[in-house]
Ligand binder design. Structure first.
Ligand code: KPL
Length: 302
């Protein structure tokens, strides 16, 4: 398959390496165009990977049969919209990021209405050390259609699974996206608030419960109901335990004075709540808190 990966951070590079090893033709696409990209991953399915990969080739993009987008949520719509004029109308666009709402921004633009858009939610752990990617934990990538046009692309799950297992297809990706959103609404802003690793949040059970209860109200109104409030809470606690040693992405964004994904995490939740006539005091407070942190930066970096 001919593939373009837009966004070449740690997750983008994992996919580039894994798909290249399966003999797919994969190029990277960088914000600042360059003809090639060195991809070095310490461990991809048991082996190290080092290769110089093609980047930013327009003909390759035009012929691509899959566009994988591994950008921060706030970068997605501008970056994808810039590529749409060159993409074939049948090329599925797989969005892998934290938060929700980017697909609404894409489908709101005239040219992308009929394009197949899929959501991916990934639990692999990886980070960049200089130019190298350290793949700290294997995990699962859940994918599913965000619009009607994408429903016929379930075969992608198998192709992706061969490259970087596990990959699971879900006809209803919405529920999984909401569960991940709930996790991010709790862990991400709270780790900034308490300046701690994910696991340390277990010291603040009441605060976790408050956020979780508010998220559940919105999920209920959205018709996305995990079996019970206790189930949602248990799912969040499990994730905190499984990622106990992590510094959340938002903690790191604030630490390095980068734009956070708060508008697509708590911000998305609050927009949905307001449409349903719900008020969420605790999530609103945390949203304002993160905005205040961003406002205190000396400068903002991407
Ligand atoms: O998605 C994450 C993030 O940090 O953005 C979690 C699941 C909270 C893991 O750290």
């Amino acid at each position: 398959m001919k593939i373009t990966v837009l966004g070449c951070g740690s997750i983008g590079k994992l996919w580039i390496a894994a798909l290249t090893l399966q003999s797919h033709e994969v190029q990277g696409w960088l914000r600042v165009p360059q003809p090639f990209l060195d991809v070095c991953v310490d461990n991809i399915n048991g082996n190290p990977f080092y290769q110089r990969i093609t980047a930013n080739q327009l003909d390759w993009l035009k012929q691509s049969e899959l566009l994988i987008v591994c950008l921060k949520s706030w970068q997605v719509s501008d970056a994808v919209n810039a590529l749409l004029p060159y993409l074939s109308a049948q090329c599925p666009i797989l969005l892998i990021h934290n938060g929700m709402g980017t697909a609404d921004e894409l489908t709101a633009t005239k040219n992308s209405v009929i394009r197949p858009i899929l959501q991916g939610i990934i639990t692999h752990g990886a980070y960049q050390q200089g130019q190298d990617v350290i793949h700290t934990a294997t995990g699962i990538t859940h994918i599913g259609p965000l619009n009607h046009a994408a429903q016929q692309y379930s075969y992608l799950a198998e192709i992706l699974h061969h490259a970087l297992p596990d990959v699971a297809w879900h006809n209803d990706i919405h529920t999984i996206s909401w569960l991940k959103l709930a996790v991010n609404c709790v862990i991400n802003p709270l780790t900034v608030y308490y300046q701690c690793r994910n696991g340390d949040l277990l010291r603040y059970p009441e605060h976790i419960q408050k956020i979780c209860d508010e998220v559940y109200l919105v999920m209920e109104r959205e018709g996305v109901v995990p079996t019970s409030q206790a189930h949602l809470h248990g799912y969040i606690i499990d994730t905190i335990e499984q990622t106990a040693n992590n510094y959340s992405s938002m903690y790191q964004d604030v630490k390095y004075q980068r734009h956070t994904e708060i508008d697509y995490i708590t911000g998305y939740l609050l927009r949905r709540a307001s449409e349903q006539g719900l008020v969420l005091p605790e999530n609103n407070r945390l949203f304002q808190f993160i905005k205040q942190q961003e406002g205190n930066y000396d400068h903002i970096s991407a």
